[in-house]
Design a protein. Structure first.
Length: 253
């Protein structure tokens, strides 16, 4: 018998810049009587990491460039928000009314550079939340801090809701990883009929992210932390970068 458990403890604290996020996580787990085990995976919503790292920007402090103004007219978006999108982007892939698709500085192709205003406390002129500067490094720092606090270094993943080409709806996607692989390379393993797999690479971290997102929710659930237990973890410290297809393999542009 195989089994996997996912638990989303209550997380009542509204994270603010400068908060000790690992300490808040350890406290939330302890409040539920959850004791970390070495093969556990902690999955964190991107928003609480970005908030703790101070990635909030007041739109009143943003001056849009001429390019941002031009794109704002095309997309019917706030030019200041468009300026933030451009600041986070390597290139604009597509733009139309209501959305700008960019290749993010982290390599991912995202709508509006992953910048969000939902579940972000707003001042009178609006506030936007950007992705962490380096999500993999954020995961490593949180993992090390949790090890110091609890004596156990679980794998840590940061996930965000990301849309997919050719598919409707967003899905939980790993944007940061520490202590677990991003990809699981199954090439060479035999199938049920002893035929070796030739091309199979599994987006391991994205599958974990999607499962955890079912508990996190998208609106007012307030469950930004999920403990995943029962995974057979490969003893390899991966990164989110390995999940990004290289540009030279892009067959659609």
């Amino acid at each position: 018998m195989a089994g996997l458990t996912l638990t989303a403890p209550a997380f009542p604290h509204m994270v603010a810049p400068g908060d000790d996020l690992a300490g808040l996580i350890a406290g939330a787990l302890a409040d539920e009587g959850l004791v970390l085990q070495p093969d556990d995976v902690l999955v964190l919503a991107q928003k609480i990491v970005s908030k703790a790292e101070g990635r909030l920007v007041r739109l009143a402090d943003v001056t849009p460039s001429p390019r941002a103004v031009e794109l704002a007219e095309l997309t019917a978006k706030d030019a200041r928000l468009v300026e933030l999108v451009l600041s986070e982007a390597q290139e604009v892939v597509r733009a139309r009314r209501g959305v700008i698709i960019v290749r993010h500085r982290l390599g991912m192709v995202l709508a509006n550079a992953g910048i969000d205003q939902s579940n972000v406390a707003q001042d009178g002129d609006g506030t936007a939340l950007l992705l962490p500067i380096d999500p993999d490094a954020s995961c490593t720092a949180l993992r090390n801090r949790l090890a110091a606090l609890t004596g156990v270094a679980p794998a840590v993943m940061i996930v965000d809701s990301v849309g997919r080409a050719w598919r409707n709806g967003t899905i939980g996607t790993a944007i940061g990883i520490a202590g677990a692989p991003g990809l699981a390379d199954l090439r060479g393993r035999p199938d049920l009929f002893h035929r070796p797999l030739m091309t199979t690479e599994v987006g391991f971290a994205d599958e974990v992210a999607a499962a955890a997102s079912l508990l996190m929710g998208q609106a007012a659930e307030g469950r930004p932390l999920v403990l995943v237990r029962g995974l057979a973890l490969a003893r390899r410290d991966g990164s989110a970068a390995e999940l990004i297809r290289p540009l030279q393999q892009d067959m659609f542009r």
